[in-house]
Write a protein that binds this ligand. Sequence first.
Ligand SMILES: [Zn+2]
Length: 332
Amino acid sequence: MTSYKELGLVNTKDLFKKAVSGGYALPAYNFNNMEQMQAIIQACVETKSPVILQVSAGAREYANQNLLKNMARGAVEYAHELGYDIPIVLHLDHGGSFEICRDCIETGFSSVMIDGSHLPYDENVALTKKVCEFAHSQKDYVTVEGELGVLAGVEDDVSAEHSHYTQPSEVIDFVGKTKVDSLAISIGTSHGRAKFKPEQCTRNADGILIPPPLRFDILEEVEKKIPGFPIVLHGSSSVPIEYVHMIEKYGGKLTDSVGIPEEQLRKAAKSAVCKINIDSDGRLAMTALIRKVFTEKPDEFDPRKYLGPARDELKKLYAHKNQNVLGSAGQA
Ligand SMILES: [Zn+2]
């Protein structure tokens, strides 16, 4: 049994309060290897941004939960060594069961998501409530994110054929009964790098897909029902066309890639949205740079020589997100 405080981590409670009143969102970046972790911490220290390090079910399987926990501990020390202590949260992304959440809480996670969004409403309430009771009764309060509404798309083990927008009429009851600390809602974001089918989009003069706008009307309705309550957006990568083109230039194939425009996320971050999950953009940045090195230097076989440039690009991307999209820069 490890408490997150022993690792130097914090939960999301105070961070969300400040983000909601300050009109910005915290970055929630997924990681499962050292280069991603270095890029996240370098970018967040440089921009003085608090950060949520996210671990998905796939990451737990790929990298081992204990190793990831100790990487988070290392991240705290790394930030300190870089010269600026930023608040760091270790968060379980899409916890699929009470047992997984309990396991992570006992391992040293400071925050967990219990995703019962695919369940009938009453079962979602019961499961989320059970996780909250356990998390909140720990010696050091662990924060819990719940979800109402289903996102389309694919993210590791999370997949849903269709999106069901969050129903604003349900949020007061859900938050009241479960006592969740934050709520992920569905307003048209989507997991993965092909967030919409081409027929859902329009095309600009260059033939680039333009997605349908987010449902800000639903977000406003939710905010009216639960004023100031921390809202979370999943599946909020923008899928930068430069990375898609770079990947395709160097031999990749990413048909029909489309993400959420950054201006829309910036607008959402100014509201009660206080956590924005970004994973696919990081994957694209790393892949683009690795492909470039492989194509331009076919004799290269030192992993540092292709993971290094990928890491540097990732850091640039995250610093840009903190400064220009989330508004979290300068808030640590
Ligand atoms: Zn998600």
